[in-house]
Design a protein around this ligand. Structure first.
Ligand SMILES: Cc1ncc(C[n+]2csc(CCOP(=O)(O)OP(=O)(O)O)c2C)c(N)n1
Ligand SMILES: [Mg+2]
Length: 537
């Protein structure tokens, strides 16, 4: 086997069948190895968007998403996607070609230093050689999938990729996030009670705040059972949406999206907070709660973004099960109390809605009502995301895909394409702003070429609204934040997709209810009235 083949064999052994990328001269051997193995290569319109597909692959499957670039401009184009995976905590192997090793130290054309570029946005940056490739692949897979998951960047130089490998034995490291029978470790400040069961039993107003690490640990069922047993409301961070079905009577909302002040006020009523797999990367402002907190996670609370007097570190689901068994039934909150809170949340969510217009919340509501429960949604970044993050009802983990660590525009359409490739039978919706779509609209052509059929719903407001609102909050004029309208129907058709512009909720409904092609995306440009954003944010 040559070096590329060893890499490919490792990917295949890890259950990975898709590589997203864009080729260049030094990656030809790698492509050929992938082809011979029967892998699928998804040619994005650029490395950055292919990398975002790889990120969504990781978010959906738990396996590392793999993306490929050439040297120089290909590698630099990958940066955004690798940073995305880093701050969104997604396992990823990003592989870039490079000039031959003997020329790299002095040659300049297209040569950039991958280690320096990727080291601040990766868990590890490395390079393969024929006599190290199997070892490097084991280490790369282990690092990418170990908590917190993230990207590893691998350089495979032109004089290495086709060379016979002497390190070629394929043997996988453990990669599952969940560890069985792992005895938790307890750390405390020593200032107060260190028995979490006593703390929970003594509390009158416990609450749970769950985050993305609980998704990696597949702790959703254990979380719901604990909340039910102790009668405790649960708030989720956006990347953890779906851990508890959002029609559950104990579900209390999503943090740091629309209505964030209301959710923080609610959390402030707790007399004990269980922070379960909560990752501070999703906070948009410093932690302001002054509530005794127990940190439950696979890693210690080394961020110190919030303080916890007690840390229980181990398998999250195992810890939650043990707490539930030890606490027994507590019934701390009545369903009515949580229902009242949710009623208030709903009122807040609709603030600024004017009947007769296409309010952003109308778009979310109509799509949610018509699409099935198991729909996978990818949302882009902007004002629309804040409403979708709160208002899109999610019933299963990994069904709301979002970039909320790096919060990079342009994520949603590539993510929706990846979702369709992985789950062709499931409905997939990409919600995006007009600014975010403009960054990646070439991917519409890619989706049509792949014959996948995500629904692409564009919030058209001719504005980078989220930033325009920041200007108006300072009484500055809109400057550098307005964008010319794009005819979404014509754009879609030029890209081999179907497309339609709608300017009423009724027409949006009838498009969603109508028949549509199964082999290409449908782009719906919705002319929204952004006044509701201004009323809320
Ligand atoms: C790659 C990137 N560039 C810039 C930003 C800063 N930013 C956040 S939201 C936003 C506006 C997004 O506009 P649009 O996609 O039209 O969504 P809207 O806010 O109008 O709903 C910008 C520029 C970002 N998050 N990501
Ligand atoms: Mg916009």
């Amino acid at each position: 086997m040559n070096t590329s083949q060893v890499i490919i064999e490792y990917l295949a052994a890890a259950g990975i069948r898709h590589i997203f990328g864009y080729p260049g001269d030094p990656t030809v051997e790698f492509l050929e190895a992938a082809r011979r193995e029967g892998m699928r290569f998804i040619l994005g319109s650029r490395e950055g968007t292919a990398g975002l597909m790889a990120q969504a692959y990781g978010q959906l499957t738990g396996r590392p998403g793999v993306c490929l670039s050439t040297l120089g401009p290909g590698a630099t184009n990958l940066v955004n996607a690798v940073a995305n995976a880093y701050l969104d905590r997604v396992p990823m192997l990003a592989i870039s070609g490079q000039i031959e090793g003997k020329r790299e130290p002095y040659f300049t054309h297209q040569v950039v230093d991958h280690k320096r570029i990727f080291s601040s946005i990766s868990k590890w940056t490395t390079a393969v050689q024929p006599d190290t490739v199997a070892t490097i692949m084991r280490k790369a897979l282990r690092i990418a999938t170990a908590e917190r998951p993230g990207p590893v960047h691998i350089t495979a130089a032109a004089d290495v990729v086709g060379v016979e490998a002497s390190d070629h034995v394929v043997s996988l490291p453990p990669m599952r996030a969940r560890r069985e029978n792992w005895t938790p470790q307890i750390f405390s400040t020593g200032a107060g009670q260190v028995d979490p069961v006593k703390l929970l039993k003594a509390s009158r107003r416990p609450m749970i705040l769950a985050g993305v690490s609980a998704v990696w640990s597949e702790a959703g069922d254990a979380l719901v059972k604990l909340a039910e047993e102790i009668g405790c409301p649960l708030v989720v961070a956006p990347m953890a949406k779906g851990l508890m079905p959002e029609d559950h009577p104990l579900f209390a909302g999503t943090l740091d999206m629309a209505c964030n002040g209301y959710i923080w006020d609610f959390l402030g009523q707790a007399d004990l907070l269980l922070a379960v797999g909560f990752d501070g990367v999703e906070l948009i402002k410093p932690w302001s709660l002054n509530v005794p907190t127990i940190h439950i996670d696979t890693l210690p609370n080394s961020d110190q973004i919030y303080q916890a007097e007690l840390e229980i570190v181990g398998d999250i689901a195992g810890i939650l099960d043990a707490l539930r068994t030890a606490c027994g039934t507590l019934e701390r909150w009545s369903e009515q109390e949580i229902a009242n809170h949710r009623g208030g949340l709903q009122d807040r969510y609709y603030v600024g809605r004017v009947s007769g217009r296409i309010n952003p919340t109308d778009v979310v509501d109509v799509v949610r009502r018509i699409m099935p429960r198991d729909t996978i949604v990818a949302t882009d970044v902007g004002s629309h995301k804040l409403l979708i993050g709160q208002g899109w009802t999610t019933y299963h983990p990994r069904t709301l895909l979002t970039s909320n660590g790096l919060s990079s525009m342009g994520y949603s359409l590539p993510a929706a394409i990846a979702a369709k490739l992985i789950h062709p039978e499931r409905p997939v919706v990409s919600f995006t702003g007009d600014g975010g779509l403009a960054m990646v609209q070439g991917e519409l052509r890619v989706a049509a070429t792949l014959k996948v059929d995500p629904l692409v719903v564009v919030f058209c407001d001719n504005s980078l609204n989220r930033i325009e609102l920041k200007q108006s909050a300072r009484h500055y004029p809109s400057w550098g934040t307005l964008i010319e309208p794009t005819d979404m129907a014509m754009l879609a058709q030029a890209m081999g997709c179907d497309g339609i512009n709608v300017d009423s909720i009724q027409s949006l409904e009838s498009v969603l209810n109508g028949a549509r092609a199964k082999d290409r995306p449908l782009v719906i440009g919705v002319k929204i009235d952004p006044a509701q954003y201004a009323a809320q944010f």
